[in-house]
Design a protein around this ligand. Structure first.
Ligand SMILES: [Zn+2]
Length: 249
């Protein structure tokens, strides 16, 4: 009840940006604890929220998922982006990751999204408005499974990546040898198949790796975060440590 009254009052009297900040602080207070820690929003938590794929999927404060926390840790600890000057493109940015990355002094950051207002630049991943080899680092999560033409989208990412750069085109894949499942082109069919009208396909791992290689990338699984102590792994609510990383030679 208190939460509902507070929410109503906030909506009435505060401008959107300030309201968002207050809501964030409120969630930090509401879910505070010592058992878990979100490395993205740096909140000490009682725990993460469950979802269909993990009992510790979502940060209750910044709403990032376990796969986003894994990527942040990879950027921070393996690529050391907080110490190395990096030009970065972030497609379909997760709001809190965008906030964290754009506030990182060493990162020259730009985000892009098809939806107006969701990123710094409105753009279509099939035809990016950036020059060849512009970025050291590209991150795009859960997009290749919703785009019209993933091969074209991957070719565009390859084009705008600098030689020697790294792209992380994160997407759910089936690792049991199943082929990619493509949904028929209708909202109803996608709802029926994937319970989501935006999801067009579920990649088989082999086909996704083939698409990445055909776009020009060298794709490998990076598992350096497996060196995290078990206690730290649990505290961050991670589901795994392997990350598919693509390079351009
Ligand atoms: Zn968080």
């Amino acid at each position: 009840m208190l939460r509902r009254i507070a929410g109503f009052t906030l909506r009435k009297i505060l401008p959107a940006r300030m309201r968002h900040e207050v809501e964030l602080r409120w969630r930090m207070f509401e879910f505070r604890g010592h058992q878990a820690f979100c490395p993205v929003c740096r909140s000490h938590l009682r725990g993460f929220l469950p979802a269909s794929w993990s009992a510790t999927a979502t940060c209750p404060v910044c709403r990032t998922w376990d796969c986003h926390r894994l990527v942040w840790l990879f950027l921070e600890r393996c690529l050391k982006i907080e110490q190395s000057p990096t030009s970065m493109l972030h497609i379909a940015p997760e709001p809190f990751l965008r906030r964290r990355l754009s506030a990182t002094a060493s990162v020259s950051y730009v985000s892009g999204d098809l939806r107006a207002g969701a990123a710094d630049i409105r753009c279509d991943i099939h035809q990016l408005p950036f020059r060849d080899g512009q970025f050291d680092l590209i991150y795009v999560s859960h997009v290749m499974n919703v785009v019209r033409d993933p091969q074209q989208a991957l070719r565009e990412l390859f084009r705008v990546l600098k030689p020697g750069g790294i792209a992380i085109p994160q997407v759910p894949v089936m690792t049991d040898g199943s082929p990619t499942i493509e949904a028929p082109d209708s909202d109803d069919a996608r709802m029926q198949l994937f319970q989501d009208k935006y999801i067009r396909r579920l990649f088989g791992e082999r086909e996704y790796l083939r698409d990445l290689e055909q776009a020009g990338f060298a794709a490998t699984y990076d598992d350096r975060l497996a060196e995290l102590p078990k206690t730290e792994f649990a505290r961050y609510g991670l589901s795994g440590t392997r990350l598919l990383v693509c390079s351009k030679s």
